[in-house]
Design a protein around this ligand. Structure first.
Ligand SMILES: Cc1cc2nc3c(=O)[nH]c(=O)nc-3n(C[C@H](O)[C@H](O)[C@H](O)COP(=O)(O)OP(=O)(O)OC[C@H]3O[C@@H](n4cnc5c(N)ncnc54)[C@H](O)[C@@H]3O)c2cc1C
Length: 383
């Protein structure tokens, strides 16, 4: 790429990032004026969508001029295209998006929109829309599938377990998470991690915590009912067990779900690597799945469980039916990161961490400081 057009793309990127929301608002306004029906694909608020969209354009404009940046970019765009299958976007919509982007680029660049920059931007946006469209068309399996809620029970005021049955074997691997849509929010997609391995009966289980002010999670905990139909799209995530190396699992709250699915898979085979699970929450009574872990432990001698809580006593509003001690499970007090690193040296273990973004970050950092190689620590993306 000649240096003049590279300079033009840098300038364009600066202008996009100067006002990401404004840029994305204008691109979507242009898109909806070309094809008004596309507005229906989005929920009432587009703030989050606009932020993600501008982030993608920023990434493309950064990667295109960078030497050797294109392989990763093509894979990134292909994944994005597969993820967009769930919206039922027509192939023509990618052409409309190309047009909307180019018109907005021209508008923000003003007199700097010269032939070289226009050509470089055009190639970048043709690559973006072309790879996304191609990957979406070539992807195998249905873009979406559904399952029906057959059971829901409330564990505490902000936590629910939801069980569903799909017609076919659900399309995910243990340890992965799924894009989920519920009837209460028909244009909103959120990620949830199945807490059991996929099976031929189509059964799926989720553990959902209502976050304060959360649209999706509050609806699941308060409103989901037997008979609701949930829609699923892509499975993502690469949490897995490498053979031959002992395992440390660190689970905070509902972060237990993907690790539990992996444990249930591991329990199907007699010979497993030694595995130590630290399962933590603020209060002992929030360790809602201890009894299940205890059951898996009872028949799998390779598995060890330590319960961790920041507080020693439950508050008045928690009504825990079982305590770690009553189940014969070791119980330590403190944050998960502190308890795990203070427990023993983990430098020869493979580590899987799941839970809140803060917990993942602090546990990961503390483990690296104590000698666990970063490449051996797995976790899902923290969004
Ligand atoms: C890989 C992955 C797997 C996940 N698996 C599960 C799961 O198995 N069970 C489950 O309950 N949730 C899970 N989540 C979280 C879930 O996808 C939603 O982000 C969460 O339910 C909040 O969505 P919402 O629409 O209710 O909140 P929103 O309406 O999007 O947000 C409301 C407010 O809550 C804040 N917020 C958003 N998400 C969180 C969060 N996770 N913790 C604290 N504050 C938040 C927002 O910043 C905002 O201020 C997972 C997330 C990821 C990235």
């Amino acid at each position: 790429m000649v240096s003049h057009s590279r300079h033009g793309l840098h300038r364009l990127r600066d202008l996009v990032n100067h006002d990401q929301q404004g840029f994305a608002t204008n691109v979507y306004a242009r898109l909806f004026s070309i094809e008004p029906g596309l507005r229906d694909l989005f929920g009432p608020s587009m703030t989050e969508t606009r932020g993600k969209f501008a982030g993608v354009i920023d990434h493309v404009l950064e990667a295109i001029p960078a030497p050797g940046g294109q392989d990763e970019l093509v894979e990134f765009l292909a994944q994005l295209g597969r993820d967009h299958r769930k919206y039922d976007i027509s192939p023509e919509a990618y052409d409309h998006m190309y047009r909307a982007l180019m018109d907005e680029f021209a508008a923000i660049m003003g007199p700097d929109w010269d032939d070289d920059t226009q050509q470089a931007a055009s190639q970048a946006m043709l690559l973006t829309t072309g790879v996304m469209r191609g990957a979406a068309q070539m992807a195998e399996g249905p873009a979406r599938w559904t399952a029906q809620v057959v059971e829901k029970f409330q564990i505490s005021r902000d936590l629910a377990v939801v069980r569903l049955v799909a017609q076919n074997r659900p399309a995910y691997k243990s340890g992965q998470y799924l894009e989920v849509q519920i009837p209460q929010w028909p244009t909103t997609w959120r990620n949830l991690s199945p807490a059991i391995p996929p099976n031929k009966h189509g059964e799926i289980e989720f553990h959902v915590r209502a976050v304060p002010g959360g649209l999706f999670s509050t609806s699941v905990v308060k409103e989901t009912a037997v008979g609701d139909q949930w829609t699923f799209a892509q499975a993502h995530g690469t949490l897995h067990i490498e053979p031959g190396r002992p395992v440390l699992m660190v689970a905070g709250g509902t972060g237990l779900a993907p690790l539990r699915a992996l444990l249930l898979d591991m329990a199907r085979r007699v010979d497993q690597v030694p595995t130590h699970v630290f399962y933590g929450a603020r209060y002992p009574g929030e360790l809602y799945d201890l009894a299940v872990l205890r059951r898996i432990c009872a028949t799998n001698p390779w598995l060890m469980i330590t319960a961790v809580s920041e507080h020693t006593e439950d508050p008045w509003w928690l009504d825990a039916s079982v305590t770690p001690t009553a189940l014969g499970i070791e119980h330590r007090y403190g944050t998960l990161a502190n308890v795990v690193v203070g427990y023993q040296d983990w430098s020869d273990h493979q580590v899987l961490v799941a839970g809140s973004a803060d917990m993942i970050e602090s546990t990961r950092t503390r483990l690296i400081i104590t000698g666990v190689p970063a490449r051996r620590i797995q976790h899902d993306p923290v969004i």
